[in-house]
Design a protein around this ligand. Structure first.
Ligand code: SAM
Length: 274
């Protein structure tokens, strides 16, 4: 096979196989394929830069809520982005709110997967004053966009972008010397959800009551994270609630198959296995 159809067909086949193996929803996988392949087939696509330009030109500097709203408006009306989005974002807001009820004062938050800093800015906007969020991003160009978005929102003092994977940064300051986090948002490469969670537990970066939020459990899907949280080992370490949600920036009812899931897990404290 040759020509422009080769790449999308290969990706499509991969998604169908993944769907069968993961036993996740076919329509969801196809939707994700269409959106992901559109991005993959646009070499040099500068959508993140276009988003930044839109936000900077339409919102006042220093207004975090306006930045979040402008990103959502753009993603709904112009181009799709893999931000947690306004719908699943409410689940994240609530998890942060609940964490602040049990931990009075500023929170310490860790995020895996910065992208354009939508969720980082959203989290700080909904967290108690003085909260600090450390966010990890492996793509330099994306981290640059995120830092500019954060600067425009006026949150440079509250959000620190760290460049690199957790397995490297956990052994370096600031992560090495920070106390356990109150909230952890896992939203990066699906392959590392469970291993990075275990890394955090092993390094003592979770304490009893820490809240761990995991996005995209059904689209593109992280079956091993769901399996871990439902396993005896996972249940000994965490109390988890799985929240049904829609894929970001899609309007169709979840009954049509556009279903995603966000996990909210409360750490019970170190176990014999952690
Ligand atoms: C789904 S996006 C994050 C969206 C963001 N949390 C939001 O809601 O606005 C995933 C991001 O994780 C980054 N990423 C991929 N693997 C990573 C890793 N091992 N560590 C940190 N970031 C990673 C990707 O480059 C991408 O920017």
């Amino acid at each position: 096979m040759s020509g422009p159809l080769k790449v999308p067909l290969l990706i499509f086949t991969g998604f169908i196989i993944a769907q069968v193996l993961n036993r996740t929803n076919l329509v969801s996988q196809i939707t994700f394929f269409l959106r992901a392949s559109k991005t993959a087939l646009s070499p040099g696509d500068d959508r993140e830069k276009r988003l930044l330009d839109h936000v900077v030109s339409t919102t006042p500097a220093g207004d975090a809520f306006a930045v979040v709203q402008a990103i959502d408006d753009y993603a709904w009306s112009k181009e799709w982005f893999m931000n947690v989005g306004d719908q699943k974002g409410k689940i994240l807001d609530e998890a942060v709110h609940n964490a602040s009820k049990s931990t009075p004062g500023p929170l310490s938050v860790l995020e895996l997967g910065t992208y354009c800093a939508y969720s980082a800015i959203r989290t700080i906007a909904h967290a108690p004053k003085g909260t600090h969020l450390y966010t990890l991003e492996v793509v330099e160009k994306t981290a640059d966009i995120a830092e500019r978005m954060i600067a425009h929102a006026g949150l440079q003092q509250q959000i620190t972008v760290l460049r690199g994977p957790l397995e490297d940064l956990i052994h370096q300051d600031p992560l090495r010397s920070l106390p356990p986090f109150d909230v952890v948002f896992i939203d990066h490469n699906k392959r590392y959800y469970v291993s990075d969670l275990k890394l955090l537990m092993k390094a003592g970066k979770l304490r009893e009551g820490s809240v761990v939020v995991g996005d995209n459990l059904l689209i593109p899907g992280v079956p091993e994270y769901i399996e871990y949280m439902n396993s005896p080992e996972g249940k000994e370490a965490f109390d988890t609630a799985f929240h049904d949600a829609k894929l970001e920036y899609t309007w169709a009812p979840t009954s049509w198959g556009f279903a995603d899931q966000v996990g909210v897990s409360v750490f019970k404290g170190p176990t014999s296995m952690s």
